[in-house]
Design a protein around this ligand. Structure first.
Ligand code: F6R
Length: 609
């Protein structure tokens, strides 16, 4: 979604702004722009639709210079993709960039139009900047006071950074439901939507909290909380290496991230397994562990890929820990009147920790009487981590490809450890924990084995990339894997893909089957295999083209292609079987030539509801 970068320094910052905003391209956007205050205290603004390289072209030969400035990548919400709608927006001596949505912008726009403001764009951002200008004209107060007084008038989740050409030594930032991170330099300071934009400049970050307003000067930063009292926020030393933002030998970030999975899982297991038999969560104290003693129900809420991880976890919570578990997509959880089960514990899953739907669900859950809440997240310092009672970090490393891969398998790794730990806590015996700890140590090797099947998977992809529709089937804990496989494929190849539980086929979707529709099935050798074989038969007799990923022997009829995969322990099969589906989606998209790392219309971090 929209990306913000701003800096106040002692040097010309044009190159910094362009480089940093390019680093936020992975979030998804459709236009970009920047504004500087020059030595005459005038704004210089450049905007362009399309990629940041178009913006860079426009800045060439312009000799732009300024020590303070803002830049932005826009993902259109209010108003079409056009230069007029691209940020920054300016009202006289105030310029702003903004991320998120102002829900009451129409009402405010009408009010401001009555006051004589003429709008150049359709955006809610221009409403904010005119409102600030109006309030300042009316009250004569400083920009920070005006912002403090105006935020109550702005409804919605957003963040923004503003500058005033009459006072060119400071930026004012507001964090209200959408993330902003201050990067601390030496004699210069920065602010951005995420740390990736600033990693080559600093490792020291302050994550602003909900409702914070910050004044950022080159020499110091001052932060006010929502009550307008000055507060100190913790400085976090980031352990993210800038190198991980590079593609290395890979063509795409998604490809790199698929192949990184054995190591991301190793990092996620590190310091959490003792003697390969005991699971530890150093993040959880006795108090937190004891909550699980009383848990009788688990509610998991997440979106997209994280939701699919939650669906797998439901199988584990119920089959291993005998704890009923419900799973819901966050936007639906927040869209109805909820009845909460007794002694229920609330879990959110998120790669980014900034997904607006998931954050809203967490905030709602806090009013509903859950025993407590936990987030499993990949981003230290993110909003979900800050707002949750307890958190467990996946150690996937920065994930840049819009389509999630390593965050999914590391979420599942943490979830399986958590379930095993809860079994030990509740049942007061550790045989399940021991068994799972042992299997988890093998998991990275199992994934290395399946990754070696890449050439065979590429050959299947070559046969499928011209297809218009593909069905994915799975049974039991493989159904969420089918859903995740279908999601990967549609996201990056734009091929219509749907997932069904294998047994559900005969209740309708069978009508779709003919020789033109490929069906992808993951079918591990387990107790459910015989039933899946029957489903395969049903498809065969109707001429469907079947591609099976399995470690079992399957009768090969003429329209069946079997990709024999190595053996894997049953409990970790979901983590293992998603790998061939990720590779399949990747190679199909590669054959089609789509924009794999930044698929159209999508954003990495979805910070609007
Ligand atoms: C799919 C994908 C999205 C995200 C979803 C939730 O590849 O990336 O579906 O999984 O937007 O994002 P997080 O996990 O950051 O909350």
């Amino acid at each position: 979604m929209c990306g913000i970068v701003a800096a106040v320094t002692q040097r010309n910052i044009i190159n910094f702004l362009l480089e940093s905003i390019q680093r936020l391209e992975y979030r998804g956007y459709d236009s970009s722009g920047l504004a500087l205050i020059n030595k005459n205290n005038d704004f210089i603004r450049v905007r362009s639709i399309g990629k940041v390289k178009e913006l860079i072209k426009k800045t060439k030969n312009k000799k732009l210079s300024g020590k303070i400035g803002l830049a932005h990548t826009r993902w259109a919400t209010h108003g079409k993709v056009s230069e007029e709608n691209t940020h920054p927006h300016i009202s006289s001596h105030i310029a702003i960039v903004h991320n998120g949505i102002i829900e009451n912008s129409l009402k405010l726009r009408l009010f401001l139009q009555k006051k004589g403001y003429i709008f150049q764009s359709d955006t809610d951002t221009e409403v904010i900047v005119h409102l600030l200008h109006w309030e300042q004209k009316k009250t004569g107060k400083s920009l920070v006071e005006v912002i403090h007084n105006s935020v109550i008038k702005l409804h919605g989740n957003y963040s923004m950074v503003a500058m005033d050409s009459n006072h060119s030594s400071k930026l004012i930032a507001v964090c209200s439901g959408s993330p902003l991170i201050i990067g601390l330099g030496v004699g210069e300071n920065f602010i951005a939507s995420d740390q990736i934009a600033l990693l080559n400049i600093t490792k020291r970050f302050i994550y602003l909290k909900e409702g914070d307003i910050a004044i950022i000067k080159a020499e110091k930063t001052t932060i006010f909380n929502k009550n307008y009292s000055i507060v100190r926020r913790k400085i976090i030393e980031s352990d993210v290496k800038y190198e991980c933002v590079k593609k290395g030998k890979y063509k795409h970030y998604m490809e790199k991230e698929i192949y990184e999975q054995p190591d991301s899982i190793r990092n996620t297991l590190k310091n959490r397994l003792k003697n390969n038999t005991t699971i530890f969560f150093p993040e959880l104290g006795l108090k937190e562990i004891n909550i699980f003693l009383n848990v009788e129900h688990i509610q998991i809420v997440a979106c997209g890929t994280s939701y699919h991880a939650a669906m797998v976890a439901k199988h584990w919570f119920e089959s291993l820990a005998n704890i009923p578990c419900d799973v819901e997509v966050a936007s639906e959880f927040s869209s109805r009147k909820l009845a909460v089960r007794k002694k229920s514990f609330f879990i959110t899953l998120s790669q980014s920790g900034e997904t607006a739907d998931t954050l809203t669900a967490l905030r709602i859950s806090k009013k509903l009487g859950y025993l407590g809440n936990l987030t499993i997240c990949n981003m230290k310092g993110s909003s979900l981590v800050q707002e949750s009672d307890i958190y467990l970090l996946t150690q996937a490393g920065i994930e840049i490809g819009v389509a999630s891969t390593k965050s999914f398998t590391t979420q599942l790794t943490v979830l399986l450890m958590l379930v095993a730990k809860i079994v030990s806590i509740k049942q007061k015996k550790n045989n399940v924990e021991k068994k799972i700890a042992k299997i988890l140590t093998i998991l990275p090797y199992r994934i290395e084995e399946i990754l070696k099947k890449n050439k065979e998977i590429k050959n299947i992809a070559k046969k499928l990339y011209n297809t218009k529709n593909i069905l994915f089937l799975g049974r039991g804990d493989q159904y969420p894997i089918a859903m995740e496989g279908a999601l990967k494929l549609k996201e990056i190849s734009y091929i219509h893909a749907e997932a069904y539980p294998s047994g559900e086929l005969k209740h309708g979707p069978l009508a779709l089957i003919d020789e033109n529709i490929p069906i992808i099935i993951t079918a591990p050798k387990n107790l459910l295999l015989e039933k899946t074989k029957k489903n395969i038969q049903e498809i065969c007799t109707r001429g469907g083209l079947i591609y099976i990923f399995s470690d079992a022997e399957i009768n090969l009829e003429k329209n069946i292609t079997l990709l024999k995969v190595p053996y894997v322990e049953e409990i970790i099969a979901p983590i293992f079987y998603i790998i061939p589906l990720q590779l399949l989606a990747y190679y199909i998209a590669l054959s089609k030539g789509t924009n794999i790392d930044q698929p159209r219309n999508l954003a990495k971090s979805v910070t609007v509801e």
